[in-house]
Design a protein around this ligand. Structure first.
Ligand code: PGA
Length: 256
């Protein structure tokens, strides 16, 4: 089955609204009209609505970096799925390793968010991945399998088309160290096997599994050539249009 590449930029806690709009305009100008590769940008909350307005007439979709699982209530500092939908947000990154490491998120709490996201027509980009310690102890596949089974518990099978997985080895995020093409493929193939066991072969074959962790234009082609690597979740290299669009171009050139 052919899966359309998805290249998503995770801007993290970077860019004021003015800077975010500038970057969105540049991305719009460079790759906003092509439809061969799906492009998503995930700005901070403060510029979500404006970036989404700026990109309305383009093919570039907008995602959030997080959300709360409850629809509303006394959760100071939080944002609900419905609030995101009202700002024309279509994707939401959930369970990023920085959320797990610094904000106490767990497979269980991320599961609640994933279920709330799909119930509100948001497409979750569910982040999984092992630490260096876990890799060195030979626990990578076991860790990823647990993240998959707990994080996707009770996931509705009629929503599998809207699910995106991002495999991001924690030791590769923001470090300049990238998993080799073979390392990425090994885990991606196992993630697809886990999806097959839960949802069946056809559904699993349609799910995009992104690689994340120091992806840049120079290493994108090799990673995207792997059979189960269907795109990238890009941090540092998503902060300039030159690097980000370079990765999008690598995906376009490679085809899907
Ligand atoms: P990086 O971040 O590309 O800067 O390694 C990836 C991510 O955290 O999603």
């Amino acid at each position: 089955m052919s899966r359309k590449f998805l290249i998503a930029g995770n801007w993290k806690m970077n860019k004021t609204t003015d800077e975010a709009l500038d970057l969105a305009r540049e991305i719009h100008a460079e790759v906003g009209a092509q439809g061969n590769v799906q492009v998503v940008v995930c700005p901070p909350y403060t510029s979500l609505a404006e970036v989404s307005g700026e990109l309305e007439s383009s093919q570039v979709a907008v995602g959030s970096q997080n959300m709360h699982h409850e629809p509303s209530g006394a959760y100071t500092g939080e944002i609900s799925a419905e609030m995101l939908r009202q700002s024309f947000i279509s994707f939401v990154i959930l369970g990023h390793s920085e959320r797990r490491q610094f904000f106490g998120e767990t497979n269980e709490s991320v599961n609640l968010k994933i279920l709330a996201a799909v119930a509100n027509n948001l497409k979750p980009i569910y982040c999984i991945g092992e630490t260096l310690e876990q890799r060195e102890a030979g626990q990578t596949l076991e860790v990823v399998r647990t993240q998959m089974s707990v994080g996707l518990a009770n996931f509705p099978s009629d929503q599998v088309d809207n699910l995106v997985i991002a495999y991001e080895p924690v030791w590769a995020i923001g470090t300049g160290k990238t998993a080799t093409d073979e390392m990425a493929q090994e885990v991606h193939a196992d993630v697809r096997a886990a999806l097959q066991e839960q949802f069946g072969e056809d559904a699993a074959n349609g799910v995009r599994i992104l690689y994340g962790g120091s992806m840049k234009p120079e290493n994108a082609t090799g990673l995207l050539s792997q059979p189960d690597v269907d795109g990238g979740l890009i941090g540092g290299a998503s902060l300039t249009s030159r690097a980000f669009c370079g990765i999008v171009q690598a995906a376009i050139d490679h085809g899907s």
